[in-house]
Ligand binder design. Structure first.
Ligand code: PMP
Length: 420
């Protein structure tokens, strides 16, 4: 684990851009040729024919699916479709302009008031893409005289935003609060402003930060604290409110909450919640908001409905977490490496080389289970893994069947295979 952390840190310090690290067409050609030579079928862009949730149709075959963000089992829920259709009937599909200039619809405000209330925040703002939210938020907020101290495993969108800002970027070892404080203390000197960025639930490892420690250090060193809770909403905390609920932290202690509408809420887009001063400034000046079309009204309508369902049906969160715990614990009993997964909604099974992870994923699909390999450079080589996104819509039998299938798939790919 320590080696993995060091690797992640080193990777983040150099170029943590995931597949963006394959910088040109020629490099990509080399990767593709190597896969062809090893007889590895690409696991990417596989077509799903219907609504992907706990089960999905790949080609003609229904599989148990762990590849989709459908944490609380709302993808395809008729109530979301109804909300989307009502908004579409009133306002059409497109907002038809930037919200600043004629694209504003009542449904945007409805969604944003619900999001703000969720965090006990003064205001919230919805963007058309989660990735673009981080890029434009961080890129716009911070500048060349500032410093951004962030977890080494932070999402690519935060890193891209940090690059855009021109601020000094200081990654710290994944989920190591003591290392974060050391870096923040050192980096704070000489920097005009400091932003500390963590995720509420890490998408590669399924672990969670010590949020109270990050709140304390942000106050102590006069930094803004931003939490990307894309995978926390609906997943973390007893009722899925997110990272603050699990940590027992008042959400107002976090300066910037960021999240996405694409995961638990089964729509598309991102949001920021915080003080009205910040949100109003973003609303009028953030390039990714001002110079981009408003969120399609049907998505705003369905995301608002999904947030209501999350609040009204906490049993979904309990079931998701029970499923994740069961998968993690059964995997551990079998001797699989699930790292530091908190067993809330994401369970990685670390397999070693990228080739091995790709082969095991293919063997698992043959056995009726879809779990995608996460390979270099998204994670350091040697810690390639299968990543399981759990759902409240999985049944206990699905989890048990999956672990049996995984054991068989792993056994079918010999460790000594030169390509595996
Ligand atoms: N933040 C995190 C932590 C993410 O995992 C993702 C996407 N998986 C994003 C932001 C971007 O969100 P979206 O996919 O909704 O654009």
């Amino acid at each position: 684990l320590a080696r993995r952390r060091e690797g992640q840190e080193a990777q983040a310090a150099s170029d943590p851009r995931g597949f963006g690290a394959i910088q040109n067409v020629k490099d990509w050609g080399l990767v593709r040729d190597a896969m062809d030579a090893l007889g590895i079928e690409s696991p990417f862009f596989r077509q799903h024919e219907g609504i992907a949730g706990a089960r999905s149709l790949i080609g003609e075959r229904e599989v148990i699916n762990f590849g989709s963000y459908d944490y609380i089992g709302l993808n395809g829920d008729p109530r979301l479709h109804q909300a989307a259709m009502e908004a579409m009937a009133r306002y059409g599909i497109s907002a038809s302009a930037s919200r600043l200039v004629s694209g504003e619809r009542p449904v945007h405000g409805v969604l944003e008031r619900k999001l703000a209330a969720h965090y006990g925040a003064e205001a919230a703002l919805a963007f058309v893409s989660g990735h673009a939210t981080n890029v434009t938020l961080i890129g716009h907020l911070m500048g060349p005289r500032d410093v951004i101290v962030h977890d080494a495993a932070i999402h690519n969108s935060c890193v891209e935003g940090a690059r855009l800002s021109g601020a000094r970027r200081v990654p710290f070892a994944h989920n190591d609060a003591a290392a974060a404080e050391r870096e923040l203390r050192a980096a704070r000197r000489g920097a005009q402003r400091a932003l500390l960025v963590v995720e509420g639930h890490y998408s590669m490892d399924g672990d969670v930060p010590d949020l109270a420690a990050f709140v304390r250090m942000a106050r102590k060193h006069d930094a803004w604290l931003m939490v990307d809770d894309a995978h926390g909403l609906g997943v973390v905390g007893a009722t899925g409110k997110g990272a603050f609920e699990a940590a027992g932290v008042d959400p107002a202690e976090v300066d910037i909450w960021m999240g996405t509408l694409s995961k638990t809420l089964c729509a598309c887009g991102g949001y920021v919640a915080g003080r009205s001063e910040l949100v109003d400034w973003l609303r009028h000046t953030a390039p990714g908001f001002v110079y981009s079309v408003g969120m399609p009204p049907p998505l705003a309508g369905s995301a608002a409905a999904a947030l209501d369902i999350l609040h009204a049906e906490p049993w979904r969160v309990a079931k998701l977490q029970a499923n994740a715990r069961l998968l993690r614990d059964l995997c551990r009993t079998r001797g699989f490496d699930t790292g530091e997964s908190a067993g809330l909604g994401i369970v990685p099974v670390v397999l070693g080389s990228s080739v091995r992870a790709a082969r095991v994923s293919a063997a698992l699909l043959e056995r009726g289970v879809n779990a995608l390999p996460i390979v270099f450079p998204a994670v350091p080589e040697g810690s390639a893994r299968l990543r399981f996104f759990l759902s409240a819509a999985h049944e206990e039998a699905d989890i048990r069947t999956t672990v049996e299938a995984l054991a068989a798939a792993v056994d079918s790919v010999p460790v000594a295979d030169p390509g595996g």
